[in-house]
Design a protein around this ligand. Structure first.
Ligand code: NAD
Length: 298
């Protein structure tokens, strides 16, 4: 009989991930507080659960993919949550990007009932979720990781255990610092070139193969030059991630000055009504300060 997997949180990321599990032959039981994606998954062959508790009662491995720490806590520890339905030996795989210290707190509560947990946030965006090509960074026990590797490989292409519970989240926060700082630096570079009368596209083509070149530059440079800010990854989600970075830094007494600055810029962009724009729209903030608009041709 096919293994049963529970899937909670069928948003931009969770819906295609759950579909990939179905395609791979798993029996998938789903729940979301919003009805529409549940209906879609049921049409595709998933079982419907009436609550997070019911998902956990039906499945020994339960994936959660919700927005942030508060929603993970609610889905797993809250009333009618996963922990109420889970049995000793069940495993919660929280793939949401949340504060690592909250992952540790949730895992400690799960452990009281003999329920294991991995924190396993992802990188790769909606396209990576659709193509089952996510990078998955995992924290937890080696033996629990080993038991869940097949299911994680079904939704991702690169799955790495980086340490104990919370280490997956720390790895994701490290990733988000680097991506945010790169986008901000690229924005500054384009704005400077534009104001100097040098075509930003030529600057991009001249430097992309050198030391400044990066995956971020390749993904976000053309979007900026096209002035296409349609969200792959939303400003408000990146602001949330950097808030978790700064909270974690504060708890560990680690100053993170550049992250703090970019987090403030993202907050200002949300106030400007750009919360749902792609994070490449950090460019707008720099353009606003320099009173210039980046465009091809200089
Ligand atoms: P989303 O807002 O599209 O989806 C979240 C889903 O969780 C929604 O359908 C919501 O109804 C559901 N939900 C919220 N609380 C719930 C609860 N208590 N019980 C059941 N369902 C609940 O978000 P998303 O873009 O799919 O992102 C999910 C996570 O993945 C976030 O932590 C995000 O930072 C991370 N992430 C997103 C991307 C991306 O490109 N979108 C990339 C990498 C990581």
């Amino acid at each position: 009989m096919a293994e049963r997997i529970g899937f909670i949180g069928l948003g931009i990321m969770g819906k295609p991930m759950a579909k990939n599990l179905l395609k791979a032959g798993y029996e998938v039981t789903v729940y979301d507080i919003v009805g529409e994606p549940v209906e879609e998954l049921v049409t595709d062959g998933a079982q419907r659960a009436a609550s997070n508790k019911e998902v956990a009662a039906n499945c020994e491995k339960i994936i959660t993919m919700v927005p942030d720490s508060a929603e993970s806590e609610m889905a797993i520890l809250g009333p009618d949550g996963v922990l109420e339905g889970a049995r000793s030996g069940s495993i919660v795989i929280d793939m949401s990007s949340i504060a690592p210290l909250v992952s540790q707190k949730i895992a400690a509560e799960c452990a009281k009932k003999g329920v294991e947990m991995l924190d396993a946030p992802v990188s790769g965006g909606e396209v990576g979720a659709i193509n089952a090509a996510l990078a998955i960074m995992v924290g937890g026990k080696q033996e629990v990781f080993d038991k869940c590797l097949d299911v994680m490989k079904t939704v991702g292409s690169n799955v790495v255990l980086t340490g104990d519970i919370g280490a997956g989240g720390i790895t994701k926060l490290a990733n988000q610092i680097i991506v945010a700082a790169n986008i901000e630096a690229l924005s500054e570079a384009f704005v400077l070139a534009q104001k100097a009368g040098v075509d930003p596209e030529k600057v991009f083509n001249a430097i992309r193969g050198g030391l400044a070149g990066s995956t971020v530059m390749e993904a976000k440079g053309p979007m900026m030059l096209d002035r296409n800010f349609q969200a792959g990854f939303r400003i408000r989600l990146h602001q949330k991630d950097l808030r978790n970075v700064l909270q974690t830094g504060q708890e560990l007494n680690v100053p993170l000055p550049v992250t703090a600055l970019v987090q403030q810029m993202l907050g200002a962009l949300i106030n400007d009504g750009e919360g749902d724009a792609d994070h490449s729209a950090i460019l707008h903030h720099l353009e606003g300060m320099a009173k210039v608009e980046v465009k091809r041709g200089g």
